[in-house]
Design a protein around this ligand. Structure first.
Ligand code: SAM
Length: 218
């Protein structure tokens, strides 16, 4: 659907305003803000809903799932401290918007989605936009052992606990960002692997995510 890939002045202007809003809300990493300013979020929406694309809200993408709120995407991305060339595992591809933000920062992204329809959609849309991530269909709560270890791991759905297998797939010095809690609200956690057996956990703000569903999840 080539018509979707039109980035005109109205959308560009709305995107600039979104970046300023995120700055006001406390996002301070200029590289993250630049990436938000670059990726056309309206490409992930049906044209009927383009007016919603640059509001700081989550939005339905089908299968009972959502494209995350821009503030949440920026918040999680900031916590990852992405360096060019970082090998990043993303659990919950969803729309693929977060994937594009990570790639704008120079990450090599391995992204996994459990919903086949969403997976089939993103494997077409993202390469069409020039984002060639490594796409996987399956249960990401177990990580993707075949491609481990990862410099960074991001979970974009709410987990009941930190899956042990994700910790095992993190490089020493690596960072895992995961929302953990009950079905209603979750605390954002940053887990840093400081050595083979030592992990430092930091609990941050409260969010509301769709559930992480799988073997090591709900
Ligand atoms: N960052 C994504 C975006 O902006 O579109 C967020 C998508 S949504 C909040 C979370 C996604 O995680 C949903 O698409 C859901 O199907 C997926 N998900 C839930 N459990 C999963 C699992 N065990 N493995 C892979 N994906 C999972």
């Amino acid at each position: 659907m080539a018509y979707k890939f039109v980035d005109n002045y109205r959308e560009k202007g709305a995107r600039k305003k979104l970046v300023e809003l995120l700055r006001e809300r406390g996002i301070s990493d200029e590289k993250v803000l630049k990436a938000i300013g670059k990726v056309p979020r309206h490409f992930f929406f049906d044209e009927t809903f383009w007016s919603q694309a640059y509001k700081d809200i989550a939005f339905p993408i089908g299968e009972g799932q959502t494209i995350s709120q821009p503030y949440t995407v920026a918040y999680q991305t900031e916590l990852l401290h992405i360096q060019k060339g970082d090998k990043v595992l993303e659990i919950g591809t969803g729309s693929g918007y977060q994937t594009c933000i990570l790639m704008e920062l120079g990450a090599d992204v391995y992204t996994i989605e459990r919903q086949e329809n969403l997976y089939n959609h993103t494997i077409k849309v993202l390469p069409g936009m020039g984002y060639h991530a490594n796409f996987f269909l399956g249960d990401g709560s177990k990580g993707i052992a075949a491609h481990a270890p990862y410099s960074k791991i991001i979970v974009t759905a709410g987990a009941p606990f930190v899956p042990e297998l994700l910790l095992k797939q993190l490089k020493i010095g690596g960072i895992l960002v995961i929302p953990v809690g009950d079905e209603k609200t979750q605390k954002m956690l940053t887990v840093i692997r400081v050595s083979e057996n030592d992990f430092e956990k930091i609990e941050l703000d409260t969010f509301r995510f769709v559930p992480l569903v799988g073997d090591q999840a709900w």
